[in-house]
Design a binder for this molecule. Sequence first.
Ligand code: ACO
Length: 318
Amino acid sequence: MGVLTFVSTGKALPKRKVTNEDISKIVDTSDEWIRTRTGIEKRYYCEEESCTDLAIEAAKLAVERGLERDSEFSTDKIGLIIVATTSADYAFPSTACMVGKALNLKGNVMAYDLSAACSGFIYGLQNAKALLSEIDNKYALVIGSEKMSKLLDFTDRSTCVLFGDGAAAALVKLEDREGISYIRSYSDGNDEDLICGGIASKDSFLKMKGQSVFKFAVRAIKQSVDEVLDRAGLDMGDIDYVICHQANARIIDFVKKNYEGHEDKFYQNVADYANTSAASVGLALDDLIESGEIKRGMKIVLVGFGAGLTWSAGVFEI
Ligand code: ACO
């Protein structure tokens, strides 16, 4: 079926940085509470930027880097654009179609938005892997873009401190080579009330049962990581990095205790961006690739979990 290869990545953040101190002027909270309960130090909120603007900026950066790094790539070879988001600007047209327009792609590209909350980026990678064998152009853009700030109730301190805005994009292609790209995605709608939200009115702003989500998250991460490693015939000793959805440092600290001797492989950057939902795994991937910490030939695990409930994991040889 081919191996999904990461050609390049890109990211975009709004200009407005919001520290825990800044948030404590809006709701009754403190830097100390937020840091110790979540690991978050700051987040970014859109002002004039839209969810679409962030998706386009991240996509353009991934494409620019793709042109530098892959001599076979040209923009017209993009046959698929998937934007994972829960905070799109419009119900329609999709954010993905707007990204296609910004890249001047006309007609020859399949484009759609995907709703799987914080698992969306990895759901998108699995969609891309499956669909790329069905379409003529062999490159896909998988983007996670979120303007979470518009879903937040700024009178509810138990949720509004946790989230931020941002976008990340991966330019991927399907290659006929030795390598690993094993991805699995799941859902269970029976716990739909653990995290839900919309934008129609204050009553439908994001709501969350934090402690139940915490328990679900640690269970889903462990189960998904173990499953994809097992199916790929690997164990944690073979893996260089594990990038979990960045919701809360305590969730990741809890999970990594299961993998004694490998705790350092669990990357964390929730301090910098807070929980950016579908963008978080891509933001972490971009930070690690651009800093040179993730290099070609390394094996990594990506894991997402979120509203739905949904969860998803993939193991890749980069
Ligand atoms: N500042 C100060 N105090 C607060 C705040 C705040 N921002 N938020 C809640 N509190 C208070 C509560 O009112 C409560 O006070 P009380 O004891 O007087 O009633 C106290 O802190 C403890 O509240 P808990 O909800 O029990 O706090 P907990 O230790 O469970 O931490 C948290 C809450 C951080 C939300 C935790 O449950 C958690 O991380 N859950 C997972 C959430 C998550 O990861 N969600 C995202 C995943 S899915 C997705 O990304 C969409």
